[in-house]
Design a protein around this ligand. Sequence first.
Ligand code: IMP
Length: 490
Amino acid sequence: MKQIITSPAYSLKDFRLLPGYTDERSSVNNVSLKTRLCCQKEDYIYMELPFMSAAMQAVTGVEMATALAELGGVGVLPLEASMEDQCKKVKTVKHYKAGFQTDIITLSPDALLGEIKKIIQETGYSIFPVTDTGVFHGRLLGVITDKDFDPRYDLDFPVSERMRKDVQAGVEVEDLKEANRLMIQYGHGFLPIVTREGTLQSVVFKKDLDKHIQHPHATVDHRKRLRVGAAVSTHPEDLERIKELAANDVDFIVMDSSDGFTCYQKQTLAWVKKKTNLAVIAGNVVTREGFEMLVKAGADAVKIGMGIGSGCITQEAKATGRGQATAILDIVNARDEYAKKHPYIPIIADGSISTPAEIAVALALGADSVMMGNFFARCLESPGKVENRNGRRVKEYWMEGSKKAQNYRRYHQNPDTFFEEGVAGFVPFAGSVYEVIPVSRQRLKSTFSTVGAANMGEFHEKAVLELQSMAAFHDGQIHNMIQAGGEDEH
Ligand code: IMP
């Protein structure tokens, strides 16, 4: 029967948190952000940082997924890739060893120095291993750097004439600290790692070490490999994809749909649970009915959000969607009710979360983690290009429902009647995720501390959220002053 709800749905921006009593346990340096990502067998997959990067082509590739897992969150590789390509990416993340590069430009001894000059100009790289086959996993013959030849006179010589053949390499070194020790001993800014037979395995660069050596928060599996998720659809052709992803040790799959309250998710969940051991994150839903259906069908976590992504036009195109705060609240209540008799199902808030305040409010409402597109698209490690627009550095960001993404399956659409549910555009460039995350982590810890919460459980329990008027919201923005460096008065 038709139902009309006349109370408004709220955005995350509508709420603010009241301070609670902060004791020593909840002082900033003692706060833990550890959270449950999803159920896994009798336990959970945990993360030290409650952040996921969105399953979007403009957000998560191998670089983002590895960086974010190193930093304590996790990435979800998007659906709009062939099964082979997606599995290859999963494999690359799972086999990634921090600081050990396994895919850098390699030269054959017969290549001409003129070719190297071009590569240096195009890529900015200056150190190249040389192998017998000219490909990375060949036998290491030497190394050539931009200092080993004169670009004015030597261009017609082959690499073999100028490369250094007395290269000191590490043999089967697995530990980054040991690689660092050898690098200092040998006095070079890089260290090739070879097998006992002399086959090049990886190269460690000094410049990468500081970035990689300290990752106490990394999200890893029982074999200490980084964790990664992959998006799948509920279309029958993806059953094969799901099996392949499982065979490649993906840690969990995400049913990637703008509307997860469907018989298709129910059927696919039943199939996955019967045929594999994979953890499944289902969604997206925005009502308690949607949540209840998915958990009964076996979902290991549920993702919330419809019509509120930063470049989303679903609300205009279809009139469907719900204010994110109201959607989270409705489903958290259903989840907490469910948890009285069943396992606790983690909830992921997905969409319209880009600012520190939005992250904090989504978690305070009861979400266990947040999935972000816009936030991560801004970072160096996302796949979009950095551009200069009107003097500002920006990155490309395009939604999965845009023409550019051509992800018809996520929206249950056909190419011939396609209409857009998202736009393509730009976001401000924010720098590397390795610089962005430590600050975000510290901010969030500070919020927990002000609320008086030492961990996620306490944050859910103790948070006092208050709706604020437009005028109160206005007071929370910069007002009645001209900010240094800005032109406009707020
Ligand atoms: P953002 O973090 O606010 O940019 O939102 C990202 C989220 O928006 C994704 O994780 C998806 O759930 C959702 N999304 C991605 N593409 C589209 C689209 O084209 N239309 C509507 N929602 C989208």
